[in-house]
Design a protein around this ligand. Structure first.
Ligand code: ZN
Length: 421
């Protein structure tokens, strides 16, 4: 027989569970009126009223407009108070810093961007990113920071918030990125690989809460992020999807990571820049790209992608050969993971159909029919704000899906209660 204290505990647990469920139902729009909430949860009218009063008192929900009448008396809708806290996102790339401020619905309120070399090291880079974020926060009034997401262009141990042997980030190995930003903002922080931020962004944009999806970013390097049944799959240590350094058969190209023949050393943006420069210098190449570079224009993966789309033959050749090699690696991923959607993002997305058509052809040639039966291979929205929206979505999921039971009673999350996630 259960003792009195066990009974009291389980009753309290039920109460907490239904309270958190109701807040999340209103937050996600699953149900926004008291009758709807009662219908979905099966809770009695009195209990629903009591829980909602409690959520309003704690500041999570507020009464809003009257719902459209369905015959009887109109019910008042509830809204989630997304303005009660802010999310800071610092999305660091190889050559830029992007920061953004979002509300608790994930809507981007403000953002800033600056060219920056990540090889400047963690102290200077994080200090600059936090300074940019502080500048944006000043304009936001009194709302406190509830969470911070940092995206890094390299492998990250998500559990500790530290990068692990990132090939293009000297000085960052093992650095306590999470602790540094938590101390600065006095709010819980999560650190993830930059492509995982893009996966969160795509999931939010597509409302793909149950999808299997791969996001492959071909920028300067190459990486991918995996969404499995609506959840980001990081693997045992956070290395899942890091395909930039898988071996390409027959290649001896030296890679930035110290190995030879890596995928990104053959098909990544920096490899394309290397090959384009060689062609322009050695072979007297002509055309839009060669002329522009000789005229002093910077030779970047984006410039090559744009020139290819404009019909430059040197650029087209480079982009197509990159896409063929990426297509082979993508076929392996498709066979292993069986995604519904395969998204191509980064500079390669700027080359449009030229890149996609090659990837599609290779994937269909090299994959099992069942793995490609419903597969869509599509370009990303290719919007510079993507990682910021994704970073906000990551923080909000971690706050309201993973850690909510631990901090809700205090009314807002703190570093102490969320520390072990
Ligand atoms: Zn490599």
């Amino acid at each position: 027989m259960a003792s009195e204290s066990t009974l009291r505990f389980s009753a309290q647990t039920d109460e907490v569970t239904s309270l958190l469920r109701i807040v999340n139902m209103v937050r996600t729009g699953e149900a926004t009126t008291r009758p709807e909430i009662g219908r979905i949860t099966g809770l009695g009218r009195g209990v629903v009223t009591q829980r909602i009063d409690q959520a309003i008192e704690m500041g999570y929900l507020a009464d809003s407009e009257l719902a459209p009448s369905t015959g009887g008396r109109s019910a008042r809708t509830l809204r989630f108070r997304s303005e009660q806290g802010l999310v800071v996102v610092c999305a660091l790339g190889a050559l830029h810093i992007r920061v953004g401020i979002a509300d608790l619905d994930g809507a981007l309120i403000a953002h800033a961007h600056e060219a920056w070399d990540i090889a400047s090291g963690p102290d200077k880079t994080l200090a600059r990113a936090m300074e940019l974020a502080d500048g944006l926060l000043v304009e936001q009034g009194e709302a406190p920071v509830w969470a911070v997401t940092v995206g890094l262009p390299g492998p990250v141990d998500f559990a500790t918030g530290r990068p692990v042997a990132p090939p293009i980030m000297p000085g960052w190995n093992g650095f306590d990125v999470r602790g540094t930003v938590e101390e600065h903002f006095d709010a819980p922080a999560w650190v993830d690989n930059d492509v995982n931020l893009l996966v969160f962004g795509e999931r939010a944009r597509r409302h793909a809460t149950e999808d299997d999806l791969i996001y492959c970013k071909i920028g300067s390097g190459i990486g991918s992020g995996l969404l499995s049944q609506g959840r980001v799959h990081r693997g045992a240590n956070g290395a899942a999807g890091d395909i930039g350094h898988v071996r390409v058969n027959g290649s001896k190209e030296p890679c930035r990571c110290g190995k030879v023949g890596c995928l990104e050393a053959v098909a990544g943006g920096w490899a394309l820049v290397r090959d384009a420069r060689q062609a322009i210098e050695a072979e007297n190449a002509t055309g839009q790209l060669a002329d522009a570079v000789r005229g002093g224009a910077p030779l970047t993966p984006e410039a090559i992608a744009r020139a290819a789309e404009n019909g430059d033959s040197l650029a087209i050749g480079l982009v197509q050969s990159s896409a063929r090699v990426v297509g082979e690696a993508a076929a392996t991923l498709v066979n292993v993971f069986n995604p519904k959607v395969f998204i191509i993002g980064g500079a390669a997305a700027a080359a449009g159909e030229l890149f996609l058509a090659e990837v599609r052809q290779r994937v269909y040639e090299l994959s099992l029919p069942l793995a490609t039966r419903d597969l869509q291979i599509v370009p990303s929205v290719n919007d510079a704000q993507e990682p910021l929206r994704g970073g906000a979505a990551l923080a909000i999921e971690t706050l309201f899906v993973t850690t909510f039971p631990r901090w809700f009673s205090g009314g807002r999350p703190t570093v102490q209660v969320t520390a072990s996630v």
